[in-house]
Design a protein around this ligand. Sequence first.
Ligand code: G16
Length: 539
Amino acid sequence: MINIVKTTPYSDQKMGTAGLRKKTAIAMQENYFENFMQSIFNTIPALDTKSFLIGGDGRYYNTIAIQKIIKIAIANGVKKLYIGQNGLVSTPAGSHILLKNHLDGGFVLSASHNPGGIDGDFGIKYANASGGQCQPDESAAIYEQTKIITEYKIAVCDDIDLSKLGTMTYENTEIEIIDPYQDYISLMKTIFDFKELKTLLTSNFKFVFDAMHGVTGPYAQKIFEDELGAPHGSILNANPLEDFGGLHPDPNLIYAKSLVDLMYSDNAPDFAAANDGDGDRNMILGNHFFVNPSDCLSILTDNYKLIPAYQKGIFGVAKSAATSSAVKRVAKALNIGFYEVPTGWKYFIHLMDSNRITFCGEESFGTGASHIREKDGIWATLFWLSIIAKTKKTVKEITLEHWQKYGRYYYLRNDYEAIPQDIADKLMADLEQKLPSLVGQTFAGYTISEAHPFIYNDPVDKSSTKNGLIVHFKDGSRIVYRLSGTGTSGATLRTYIERYVTDKLLEEPETMLKELSDVSRTISEVTKYTGKQKPDIIT
Ligand code: G16
C-alpha cells in the first residue's frame, strides 16, 4: 500500500558544499527527511526506469533514514535500489558501484568528517549518474522543490532486512542488498601492484591505519590485513560506530590526535593514514612527520609513473583555488594540464569526464583520481605505500626531496567558527568591496599584487561560479577567504594562507606564516566583525 502524506515545507534544505548537512536533531524532525527525499525524486523524470544506490557511513539515524528512502523510493515507483549490506557503503566505493552498474544516482547518508550521534550531525550526499555529487543546477532545482512541497509518497510495509545479501521485489521496485566491499577491492587491484604492496606490508615496515570508527574500517581490514598481509590490529578504530566512539572523525592533526601522538612518539610506526567517517578524506603521516594535503596532491602527481594504472601517462591535474599552488609547479614540469576550481569535489567531475584531468585534490584532506568521481582515502593510502615500496624511502625523505626539487609552499588554514551568518556575510561582502583598493598596499613587508573574487568558468558546461576571495602578494604568497559550506551551526570563515620558499624547507608552518596570518586578520578585520582575536582551529 502507498500512503500520500500531507506535509509543509522546511525553509533550510539547501545543499552545501557536499549535500545536505544538519544537526541530527534537525534531520529527525517530523517529515524533514521525507520532504527532502521526495523533493529529490520530484526533480527526476521517469523514476520507473531509474536505479539508485543507498548506503552510508554507519552514523546515528542512518538505519532509520535508509528504511525511509527505501519506502519513499518504492512509493515513487523507482525501478531498482542497490543497498549496501547493513546499510554501509563508503563514499568512494559508492561512486564506483554507481559507475560500474550505470546507476542513475545514489544516496550516501553521511555528514562526512562531522561528529555523529543524537547530538552530532547527519547528512545526505546525493550523487547523480556521473558517479559524483549532483551539480549546482540540480541542487538548486531540489531546493526549489523543498520550498513548495505539500505531500510525499511512502510505502506501508515492513522494514527491509539489510543484513542478508539478495534480491527482492516490493510493488514494482527491485531491491538488491549488495556486498559494499568486493567491487571496490577489485578496482584497487586494477590500479596498484598488490604483490609489491604485500611484500612491503609483510616486511619489517610498520603500518597503521586509523578508520576513526567510520565506514572504512571493514574496507581497510579486508585490503591491508586480509589482502596485503599487514598484521591484524594494524587497523585502529576499525568497527563503524553510530557515534564514532565519541570521536570527531576528521583526519587532521587536531581530531586524529591519538594517531598523531603515536606517530610523534618513540614507538612511531613508519607510516600512518587516517580516513574520515565516509572514507573520502585522508591524512598521511610518517615517523615524526605530517604531509600537508596540498603537498600530498603534488607528490602523488609527481610520482604517477610508479603506479601501474598511470604508467602510460596521465591527463592533467586540478585543485581547488583554496589549495596551495604546489601542484601547479609539478603540472608545469610534467607539461600536463592544470586547472583550478571552486571548493567542492563536484567541480572536478566535468574535467575528469572530458579527459582533461586524471588527478585532483583539495586542502581539506582530499586526494583522488578519475577511477571514480569522489575523493578516495584508501586510494591515497595505497598510492603512498606504492611510492614507499618502489623508492624504499621514508615519507619524510620523499616529501623533502619533493621540496628540494620544486620548493615548498608553507600552508595553513585558519578557521573562525560559529560566526552568526549575517555577520559572516557582511564581512565577506565588505572585504570584496575593498579588494581593488588593496592592490599596491604593503602589510608587514608583503605587497599585494592582485586581489579579486575567485571565478571559475567550467570549460565543459560553460557555467560560471564565484567562490571566495583571493589576495595575491608580489612574492607569490596568497591568502584566500571563503565561507565553509559544510558546517551545521552558524558560519565558518576559512582563511587559507600560503608562502613559497626554496630554502628553509624544514621549518614549522606557524613560524613561517606568522606575519601572513596577522596580515590575513588585518585585511579581513575579522576581530572587528566577530570579536575573535585568533582562529578557533588552525590546520
Ligand atoms: C566536502 C567536499 C570537498 C570540500 C570540503 C570542505 O568534503 O566534498 O570538496 O573541500 O567539503 O568544504 P567547506 O570548506 O565548504 O567546508 P567532505 O569530505 O566533507 O564531503
